[in-house]
Design a protein around this ligand. Sequence first.
Ligand SMILES: Cc1cc2nc3c(=O)[nH]c(=O)nc-3n(C[C@H](O)[C@H](O)[C@H](O)COP(=O)(O)OP(=O)(O)OC[C@H]3O[C@@H](n4cnc5c(N)ncnc54)[C@H](O)[C@@H]3O)c2cc1C
Length: 436
Amino acid sequence: MADNKNTNVKGISRRRVVTGFGALAAAGFLPRQLPAQNSVNEAETLIIGGGIAGASTAMHLAELGRDVLLLERGDIASEASGQNMGGLGGNGWGNNPNLLSYLTAGGVEIFRHMQIDLGYDMEFRMSGTMTAIHNEAQYEYYQDQVASLRSGGYEIELLSPQEALALEPQANGELLGYVHTSQRGQADPVKSTRAFAHAAEMAGAKIHTGQNVIAITPQSRGGYSLQTQTGEYRCQTLVLATGAWCGPVGKMLGLNIPIVPIRGQMWATKSLPPRIFNTIGSAESSVAWSRNNGSDDVTPPNLTHKNTNRSTRHLYGRQRKNGEIIFGGDRESLGYILNPDPAGIEINRGHAAEVIPVLTTLPIARTWSGMMPFSLDGAPIIGKIPLRDNLFIVSGLASSGFGRGPMAGKLVAEYIHTGHMSGVLTQSDPARCVTE
Ligand SMILES: Cc1cc2nc3c(=O)[nH]c(=O)nc-3n(C[C@H](O)[C@H](O)[C@H](O)COP(=O)(O)OP(=O)(O)OC[C@H]3O[C@@H](n4cnc5c(N)ncnc54)[C@H](O)[C@@H]3O)c2cc1C
């Protein structure tokens, strides 16, 4: 499949692919491996969770030559990684890349590599993002933000409404201005996550779907035994990539993993001719969270609601390749309740129409929701959990895990392979927050 022309950009290996085989298989045309019946399945490293974080970890570990098996209770991309908006964040690498730069700019490079070099159709494109500024307070906030980020070497600019309309003709020309970030992109969530899983299989990883892990037992001779509803698995190294379910999975190991499930919800128009080119956002929530992020002992920062009361409006959206215009933004802590809230959808639609006025006339064709893994302190949780042997986690990616999951998976795979924590992972060290 690959012609072994390897180059390297910030540690991301590039293999040029000469067939379009990957795209076919990622779309679901290849059979998945089935677990061996009535026997114990063993692998050196087991990953629980077939979202983008687990699939990327599996791909990168397999590419490093590791014996890896991924367990997913549903299908690949059946939770947040398949339900999100598909926006890839970030402002480039900057002059002095931190964890955020690695996860965002590095993530974009991995998406680019998967689609352009490996031939997967992930609907990836570098669309840029346009963030609407509605009032003076937001304008002042973003003037400072943009100046500070630009001085750090990040790519971001403040545009007048006229300049914004030249890039996004459907944007509201009556607003005060827009923040434009050229280094952001978009991709299809399901196709992309499946592409990572397929690339993992191509590199030698095994993937067992329909395997709900219900018990995890540390073994006296080292390693772990995992019980699913239909089988038993054993490994030396275990990786938790279970997104919003890290809490209950951590309990199986006697651990308290402070990840709170946060409901996100979205709506879509019917398919329409292309008319929105960037991903679209609004400055309202950033300014509100800069004043009061709403966090406490049981509530993560930067939600739109507290105790069911709305504190701000958040907005993200884009037009998909199939023509649907999709928007969302609400982030609410409700346990594992998943039903979309129609009142919140209407508020979000009104917010979107303030930025893209044509939306006022377009009815909602469908709505959906998903569970985001928010950590209590707002930072990702990526690395080794020191309270147990050979136990790793890649999670806490909150509302940005589609874009950040690929690099998070690469970083944790390299940690497992080398035994050394990359310096940037200091900021996401599980030791700071995972307890017994
Ligand atoms: C509406 C919405 C919009 C969003 N928009 C964006 C966006 O535009 N850009 C962005 O970057 N991010 C976005 N996000 C956030 C992003 O989707 C998540 O951060 C990311 O998908 C998390 O990936 P994950 O692999 O950690 O978790 P998941 O995708 O949730 O994967 C975890 C997997 O673990 C499996 N699992 C759990 N428990 C078990 C068990 N016991 N046994 C076996 N398997 C188990 C689950 O079935 C699941 O498939 C959005 C999320 C939502 C809900």
